[in-house]
Write a protein that binds this ligand. Structure first.
Ligand code: ADP
Ligand code: ADP
Length: 230
């Protein structure tokens, strides 16, 4: 089975140690919650996992082999994708274009929009979205756009999905909807990283939790260990 690990990963900015020999592991079908106050090093860690930053120490292993992730695109080739707080898609393009463009560009000719829309409709259904694939992305709620961003990332990457505070601008019902999407992807066997500030979300969703503080690993454990009553 797929495995991804950060071993003793460090990152230094100037004279500030943003991450200090941190361990972090991911398994298929597991949601790993990453917690910590502002400045704890959460973003720095996920930027290392997605190839946006290079670690100053330690290593990244994929399936037991050390890998150097040069860029987010390179990380994508290992199956690693991420969705950030701010939806990073093109609001003036259609939902289908946002799902597929930049993705296997030869698959859909410019004329083959009908086919693209048809495939988009099927994909959207799997995410519980009955929206028109030819509608402009920007006309939909932030929650819907967030789910489209997740669907795109999963299409492109497929093994690891990193969610950086995905619920930050959602209301209660939308958070619930997002949770159902995450639960579905977990059942599909994705390895999911979930950054959040909310403990209730950890209990609702996570299999494992890691807590960072000032760049240091405070604790990492399975939720069933955490919630055991004796
Ligand atoms: P979190 O995501 O937990 O809020 P970050 O990983 O963003 O924490 O930041 C950890 C520390 O590293 C903070 O002190 C932050 O200011 C610093 N830091 C993060 N990115 C950079 C950067 N590109 N340049 C300099 N310092 C940075
Ligand atoms: P987050 O809300 O995810 O913790 P921040 O607001 O801390 O993010 O940082 C926003 C961006 O600026 C990130 O890319 C982070 O790495 C970068 N950054 C954070 N602190 C610093 C810093 N002291 N110097 C330069 N860049 C920084």
């Amino acid at each position: 089975a797929f495995r991804m690990e950060a071993r003793g990963v460090s990152k230094i900015f100037g004279n500030h140690t943003a991450l200090d020999a941190v361990e972090f592991g991911l398994l298929p079908g597991e949601v790993h919650a990453l917690l910590g106050e502002n400045g704890a090093g959460k973003s720095t860690l996920i930027k290392i996992l997605t190839g946006a930053y290079q670690p100053d120490g330690g290593k990244i292993l994929v399936d037991g082999e050390e890998v150097v992730l040069n860029s987010p695109l390179h990380a994508q080739s290992f199956g690693i994708g991420a969705v950030y707080q701010e939806v990073n898609l093109l609001p003036n393009r259609s939902v289908a274009e946002n799902l597929f463009l930049g993705h296997q560009p030869t698959r859909f000719g410019l004329v083959d929009r009908r086919r693209m829309d048809r495939e988009a409709r099927v994909l959207l259904q799997r995410y519980g979205l009955g929206i028109d694939p030819s509608s402009e992305l920007g006309t939909h709620s932030v929650a819907v756009q967030q789910i489209v961003a997740i669907a795109r990332a999963v299409q492109l990457s497929g093994k690891v999905l990193i969610l950086d505070e995905p619920t930050a601008s959602l209301d209660r019902d939308e958070v619930q909807r997002l949770f159902e999407v995450v639960a579905g992807l977990k059942r599909d066997g994705l390895a999911i990283v979930f950054i959040t500030h909310f403990l209730d979300q950890v209990f609702a969703l996570a299999d494992r939790v890691t807590i960072l503080r000032n760049g240091k690993l405070i604790d990492t454990r399975r939720l069933d260990e955490l919630t055991r009553t004796e």
